[in-house]
Structures are given as C-alpha cells and as structure tokens.
Design a protein around this ligand. Structure first.
Ligand code: ADP
Length: 569
C-alpha cells in the first residue's frame, strides 16, 4: 500500500472516530440534561397535584365542620340555602360538584341543585368514598361519574352533627382539570405524564389514548376487585403494553423510547410518572457534529501542513549537510589541484631552465675532468703541491654542482608551508642558483641593491616566485642587445618593497590587466601561463602584494610588497 493511501486511511479513521466520540459524548450529555429536566418537571407536577389535592381535602374538612352543612342534615332546608352555599364553594374552588349525603348515602344538598342533572335525591351509598368516609376516613378517591362517565377525583369526609348524627360531604373534581393545568406547567410538548393507581391504571394523563388503560396487564385479583368496587363502572381496562428497560429508568411506549422520572404522590397510593422522549439525533447533535467535523478537518489540515513543513525542513537540513560535504570535498580537490598546479609550474620552470642547468653542471664537470687529468700528470711528475691546488679547485667545483643540484631538488619538492622572517639577500641567492645558469647563458648582468633586509615569507614558495620573475625577465630580454636586471629593495618600518626591473620590451599595454590571469602566455612553446598567477597567489598568502608596470626607461617592472615580520593582523 502506498504511503499516501495509508495516510489517507489514518486520517479517515481519525475523522470517523472523532465524529463517533462527539456523537456519543453529545448523546450522554443530552441524556443527562434530559434526566435533570424530566426530574425537575416531575417534581413541579407532583407538587402541583399534591397541593391541589391538599387544597380540596382542606375544603372538604372545612365544610364538614360548617354549621350550615350540619343544619342541612338536621333539618329540611329553607330556600335552598345550603345548596347555594355548596354552589358558591364549587365555583370558588374549581371543583365540578360539591354535595352532601345523609347517613343512608342519599344526596340532601348539592351544588348542582338547580340543574337538570341535579344529584339531589340520588343515592351514592355504593360508592367507596361514602362507606370509607362514614368509617371516619378522610378520602381521596378516583371514579367515573355515573351519568357523565367522566373521570373524577372524589374528596369526602364524615360530617358529625348533633349526637351520633353523621353524613358525608363530597367534593368532586374533573380529572381533565389536572390534565389541562399540566399544559400550563410547561413541561415540554413532547413529554407526557401519567398518574397511576396501585394497579398501575392510568387515572390521569395528558395523552388521551393512555387514559383508563393499565401500563401492564391487570392481575385476575385486581380485575375482580375493580368489578366489585365499580370504580370504573365495569369498563374494561386494557393494557398499554409498555416495556420497561432494565435499570436505567427508560421505557418503550408505542415504539418510542422515553426517559422516566417516577414519584409517589404524598398521602396517596398514587404514583406519578413523567415521560420524556429520548431523541437519538436532534439539531444539537447536528450542530456539534458539524463543528466537530470542521475542527477535525482543521486539525488534519494543520497536521498535514506541519508534516509537509517538517519534511521540507528535514530535506533542507539534509541537502544543506550534503551541500556542506560537497563544498568540503570540492575544496579538498581544489587544494589538491592547486598543489598539483604549483608543482607542475615548478617542473615547467625547471624544464625551461634545464638546458642552461645542464650547461651549468656540464661546465664544472668538464673543468673537473681537465683538473683530474692535470692532477694525474702533476702527481706523475711528483709535484704534489700543485696537484693539491688542482684538487682544491675540483673540491670547489663539486660544491658548486652540489649546490645547484640541491637547489633544484628543494625547488621541485613539495613542502609544508612554514612562514618565517628570512634574509631577502639569501632568498635571492638561492633563486639565482636555479636561474643563474640561464642568465649567464644569455649574458644578463644582475645588479642588486638594498637587499640586506628580512622578509616574512615561506622560503621555498618565495624562492619559486623569484625564480619565476627572474626567468620571465630573462626570456623577455632574449632579443635585446644589452641585457641587465636590477633587483632594488627599499623598506620602511614594517614593509619591504622589492622591484625587479629588466630592460626588455616591457609588457603590452592591453596585457597589463590580464597578465596575472591563469593561462595567459605569449610563449608559443614551453609557456603554461601559470607562473604569474601562482606567484601573485603566493605573495598574497604572505599578506603582501605583487603588481606589474612598465618602467619609465622601457622594460618591465614587477613590484613586490612584503612584511618584514609577522603582521599583527
Ligand atoms: P609563462 O611564462 O608560462 O608564459 P607567466 O604567467 O609567467 O607564464 O607569464 C605570462 C606572460 O606574461 C608571459 O607569457 C609574457 O607574455 C608576460 N611577461 C611575464 N614577464 C614579463 C616581462 N618581464 N616582460 C615582458 N612580458 C612579461
């Protein structure tokens, strides 16, 4: 697999993982918020229903001790005074009906006395709220209205009057009052609530389809008990088939998943469930996923940008190192080439001078042969003193040949550079040993002046420069009649200026600027055109200077400026 493909796959996996993580975290956070909100709404609704139940129970308690109500049980009513009173209470309290039953369960006064469906005269002794109140209980009960078939809560309490006299006051509230009030509690459009009795029958719910259904199938015993109490007037209570999810407070109702917050309604056996739908994906999810997508893309782009930068930087470092190595390598090669050139120039100079050198060595050798022959003769004639004189002459000649050969050898050898302050005179003498035979051959007279100073040079390289300049001068004067060379030195505190002047034809005006360029030569044979260029480099390496001019008397003048001692830089 190519690197690009692996990188793309990695980014893709990271991208998908990032989105997955964002989705999961958002879901968890939203679930937590939903749980909190549901619990808050459940508490608010529970508080509301409880306070309403308490309020209605309090009204019933208050009515049970009302003198007017007592009178209605004791005597026949005058002008429906108690009916009117109960009617006032009904309107003021928000109840649907308020009525008074005598000990037989017959309605003796009712808030709806003036309506066609007035309860007056009806008997409700079969209702559990009557029997239980007669037994002394303060009752909150749920039942269906006999005629209206409406669901309602019944609050009842015994009314004790005179001696041993007892009746029951009842306040009925339509269930829909709580259901519509719930809408005012602002628990969210999507959420629902149910109020369940002990058998899990839905007494109240803002979801009409759930009302008077059981959240689970009723047991046989419960069905029997309901049939007896006529609480639901024989109406069948069908199960809703809710499915509770284990341990996490969630149910699935009508194929929808709800978060449930359950609480018991204080003072009753009722349970209140607040159901809030769990939405797997909503606009918060979408927004967060969008943001995460953007961030991930940004991060990937940043990583990509940085990796390209780093790769570029590494490549740069690598090429820089390679370049440095190459430069070092080339410098080494150049130095070697330079050394080789210097040597080649030296050898070329020797080549140019070889004929004269040969002559210079052959001359003493021929002289020596003559002296040896003379020596033999003198010894044969037993004239040892004269022979000794000849031998001394031979000795001198041998020394001279040695000196020339030694100088040639040291001139051509490669030596390490060693700067020192040496006598200018001595350097000139050494150079003349090499170039002298050539000068002699061409009958060049050499004049020296002011050479008794010291110069700060490498002796062998400096000698090479002098040999070059002297031999060039000699060549330049080849066709002149009267050949002479002047070596004139002058000095100040720190510097020495040496002029080498010849009386040759001088340097062509146009060549003055190119004469020090490598390979500039006017010599058709033996010329390499390197002597002056190398000489200039050598003098500059001594922190000195070499320049060429034409002397006012004709001829060329080469001017060297040198330090006497090591410069203080
Ligand atoms: P080469 O001697 O091999 O030609 P150089 O660099 O030593 O190389 O000299 C370059 C050229 O400078 C010579 O060919 C010659 O034309 C000129 N030149 C050098 N010295 C003199 C001089 N003293 N007088 C006139 N021309 C000279």
């Amino acid at each position: 697999m190519s690197r690009q493909l692996i990188k793309f796959a990695t980014y893709l996996v990271l991208f998908v993982l990032g989105l997955g993580l964002t989705h999961t975290l958002t879901q968890e956070q939203l679930l937590e918020q939903n749980q909190e909100r549901t619990a808050r709404h459940a508490t608010a609704l529970n508080d509301y229903i409880h306070s309403e139940f308490t309020r209605f129970s309090t009204i019933v308690s208050f009515l049970s001790s009302s003198a007017l109500v007592h009178q209605a049980l004791q005597y026949d009513q005058q002008d429906n005074a108690v009916d009117r009173y109960l009617s006032d209470v009904q309107r003021a309290s928000g109840a649907s009906d308020v009525y008074l039953l005598n000990a037989q369960g017959t309605v003796v006064a009712s808030s709806n006395w003036h309506l066609p469906h007035s309860y007056k005269g009806n008997n409700f002794a079969f209702r559990p709220y009557f029997a239980r109140a007669m037994a002394g209980e303060t009752v909150t009960d749920f039942a269906l209205g006999q005629r209206s078939m409406r669901r309602g809560f019944y609050f009842s309490k015994a009314v004790d009057f005179a001696e041993n006299g007892r009746g029951v006051i009842v306040l009925k509230v339509n269930a829909s009052k709580f259901e519509t009030d719930k809408a005012r509690l602002d628990t969210g459009e999507e959420s629902h609530f149910v109020l369940l009795d002990a058998n899990d029958v839905v007494l109240l719910s803002d979801h009409p389809d759930w009302q008077l259904h059981a959240t689970k199938a009723l047991s046989g015993e419960a069905q029997e008990q309901l049939a007896q109490s006529q609480q639901f007037l024989g109406q069948t209570i069908n199960p809703l088939g809710w499915h509770w999810l284990a341990n996490d407070g969630q149910i699935i109702a009508e194929q929808r998943r709800y978060l449930v917050s359950a609480s018991t309604l204080e003072g009753t056996s009722y349970r209140l469930l607040m159901l809030s739908p769990i939405v797997p994906f909503n606009e918060v999810h979408a927004a967060r996923l969008g943001l995460a997508m953007l961030l991930l893309l940004l991060v990937i782009a940043l990583v990509e940008y940085l990796s390209v930068k780093v790769a570029g930087y590494r490549q740069l470092l690598f090429s820089q190192r390679t370049l440095e190595e190459q430069v070092q390598e080339r410098t080494r090669e150049l130095e070697q080439a330079q050394d080789a050139l210097i040597r080649a120039t030296k050898l070329a100079t020797i080549g140019q001078l070889s004929a004269s050198v040969n002559h210079e060595i052959n001359q003493p050798l021929s002289a020596m042969s003559a002296y040896v022959a003379a020596c033999k003769r003198l010894l044969m004639r037993s004239e040892p003193e004269k022979a000794m004189e000849n031998l001394q002459l031979i000795e001198q000649l041998i020394r001279r040949v040695h000196a020339i050969a030694g100088q040639l050898k040291s001139f051509s050898q490669k030596r390490p550079v060693k700067m020192q302050s040496i006598s200018l005179q001595q350097s000139v003498q050494n150079a003349l040993l090499v170039v002298g035979p050539e000068l002699n051959k061409h009958h060049v007279s050499v004049h020296e002046s002011g050479l008794e100073v010291s110069v700060w040079v490498d002796p062998y390289q400096f000698e090479q420069v002098l040999v070059n300049l002297l031999s060039n001068a000699c060549h330049a004067m080849e066709h002149c009649q009267n050949k002479w060379l002047r070596l004139e030195a002058s000095s100040n505190e720190s510097k020495v200026y040496l002029s080498i002047i010849d009386n040759g034809p001088g340097i062509d005006q146009h060549a003055l600027s190119t004469i020090f360029e490598p390979f500039y030569t006017t010599k058709s044979e033996h010329g390499l055109g390197l002597g002056l260029s190398i000489s200039k480099q050598i003098i500059e390496s001594f922190q000195g200077n070499l320049s060429a001019h034409n002397h006012r008397d004709g001829g060329a003048e080469f001017l060297l400026s040198l330090h006497q001692q090591e410069p203080q830089s």
